[in-house]
Design a protein around this ligand. Structure first.
Ligand SMILES: NC(=O)c1ccc[n+]([C@@H]2O[C@H](COP(=O)([O-])OP(=O)(O)OC[C@H]3O[C@@H](n4cnc5c(N)ncnc54)[C@H](OP(=O)(O)O)[C@@H]3O)[C@@H](O)[C@H]2O)c1
Length: 156
């Protein structure tokens, strides 16, 4: 959705208090400096929530390159099914996002509340690299244990 109509739809969607997968990554060189993120007093999803307080934000998809997301989808039960971390404060919203992610070919690892979203933020061990280099669009399958291990070794 790239049109003004799309932007209005997204805003309406947010105002309705629905579940919003937060895919955002913070990059000061691209986004400009944001004091709350530079000081690490908030995660990017917590900051997003300030702008859409009625929404239920679940941080998801931010750690995988979109071409890998396309290539690595596998049916439930496949030995090489890949996993994605999610972080959020609402159990029902997490359940809805989990159901969606599972429906498109991935398993889910619960990475905790939104305050722990930094564990999957830009540059952390779980961000991008587990699924292989961006230069190889096929990507590399990543199981749940590898995602858990990467989340556990993140430092802030
Ligand atoms: N690309 C990836 O592989 C990938 C993977 C994981 C996470 N991410 C993260 O996801 C985020 C989006 O990345 P992207 O690749 O999807 O970027 P993108 O293709 O540039 O899309 C950005 C979208 O945001 C909309 N937008 C921009 N400013 C807006 C505003 N003020 N209000 C409402 N909508 C606005 C744009 O709408 P218009 O086109 O109408 O302006 C566009 O649809 C980034 O934080 C990125 O780091 C990207």
């Amino acid at each position: 959705m790239t049109s003004a109509v799309g932007r209005r739809a997204r805003r309406r969607h947010c105002r309705d208090g629905r579940r919003n997968p937060g895919t955002c990554n913070y990059g000061p060189e691209r986004d400009g400096h944001i004091p709350e993120l530079d000081s690490k007093s908030l995660t990017s999803s917590e900051l997003l929530l300030r702008y859409i307080p009625d929404a239920m934000v679940v941080k998801a998809f931010n750690n995988i390159f979109f071409k890998h997301l396309l290539s690595l989808a596998r049916p439930a039960g496949a030995a090489d099914r890949s996993y994605l971390p999610i972080a959020g404060d609402s159990a029902p919203a997490k359940a809805a996002v989990t159901e969606f992610i599972e429906s498109i070919g991935y398993g889910v690892v619960d990475a905790g509340p939104l305050a722990d979203g930094w564990r999957q933020a830009t540059g952390t061990p779980v961000w991008g690299t587990p699924y292989g280099p961006f230069s190889n669009e096929k990507g590399r399958p990543v199981d749940a244990d590898a995602i858990r291990a990467a989340l556990a070794t993140a430092t802030r």
